[in-house]
Ligand binder design. Structure first.
Ligand SMILES: Nc1ncnc2c1ncn2[C@@H]1O[C@H](COP(=O)(O)OP(=O)(O)OP(=O)(O)O)[C@@H](O)[C@H]1O
Ligand SMILES: [Mg+2]
Length: 252
């Protein structure tokens, strides 16, 4: 469904992505993990066609998007939803207006259908009854779920999440993770960028660990946790420690 093949990208002599290859199958959940500045968000920009790599190809739904003009990119981009790290909600619009904002442009829905679609997506993210509230009246977790609802309202085949739980308290973070799992179970292909290991392990079919623009490893979670590679071991140290504590306290 989505393939990056030997993608390299530099901005002003700085190498941002270095020979990155990732293959994500339809209806699977890919996780991109790594320290700050590793190039995680850059991968999402490349998948959305916002950044063009200098070498390598990016294939989305069978089409090589690398050389596509903005106009030709549009129909493909409509298959993709993006939930930005900062949510990117309009503060002066209500929850329902935020969700309907892009929908009314691009879909031929009647006002009644539009209203139904907004209500349906709000129900999906457990935000029934919040239509008339403004973003300032919502908690961080609720804002995130509105951002997810806005992306979902398009019924995208692919949904990209950039650090969906960063900055949320554990309860809100958990509800956002549950939401992403529900999206995945509905058959949407997802790419989630995170540096939170627990989320990666709960959400991912496959984890890709990045560092300094390169892929360190891309594998299933079971294999990664057992790896002997020093960087991977260091990265997963936290998880090993937590497992150890849980076992010592006989919690698991
Ligand atoms: N518009 C830009 N112009 C130049 N360099 C950029 C630009 N955006 C990002 N970079 C650089 O590219 C590298 C990778 O950035 P990217 O945003 O992909 O990292 P990240 O893994 O998402 O990090 P974080 O966890 O902090 O969000 C960083 O060194 C960053 O400084
Ligand atoms: Mg980032």
């Amino acid at each position: 469904m989505i393939s990056l093949n030997h993608v390299s990208l530099s901005i002003e002599d700085k190498r941002i992505l270095d020979d990155v290859s990732i293959h994500i199958e339809r209806q699977k959940a890919a996780i991109i993990l790594g320290p700050s500045g590793a190039g995680k968000s850059s991968i999402l920009r490349v998948v959305l066609g916002l950044w063009k790599p200098q070498s390598g190809t990016v294939v989305v739904d069978g089409r090589d998007i690398t050389g596509l003009t903005e106009n030709r990119m549009l129909p493909l981009r409509r298959k993709m939803g993006m939930v930005f790290q900062g949510n990117a909600l309009f503060d002066s619009l209500t929850v329902s207006e935020n969700i309907a904002y892009f929908l009314s442009d691009k879909n031929e829905l009647s006002p009644a259908e539009l209203k139904d679609r907004v209500e349906e997506t709000l129900d999906f993210v457990n935000l029934h009854g919040t239509s008339d509230l403004y973003p300032a009246q919502l908690s961080g977790g609720m804002k995130k779920r509105v951002a997810i609802a806005r992306a979902l309202a398009f019924e995208p085949e692919i949904l990209l999440f950039d650090e969906p739980t960063t900055g949320l308290d554990p309860i809100n973070a958990k509800s956002v993770v549950e939401m992403i799992n529900k999206v995945k179970e509905n058959g949407t292909t997802t790419i989630t960028v995170t540096h939170i290991l627990q989320d990666a392990i709960i959400l991912g079919d496959r984890l890709t660990l990045m560092n300094e623009g390169r892929i360190v490893v891309s594998d299933s979670v079971e294999h990664l946790v057992r790896s002997d590679d020093p960087f991977i071991r260091e990265f997963f140290f936290e998880i090993h420690q937590e497992l150890k504590i849980c076992k010592e306290k006989q919690l698991i």
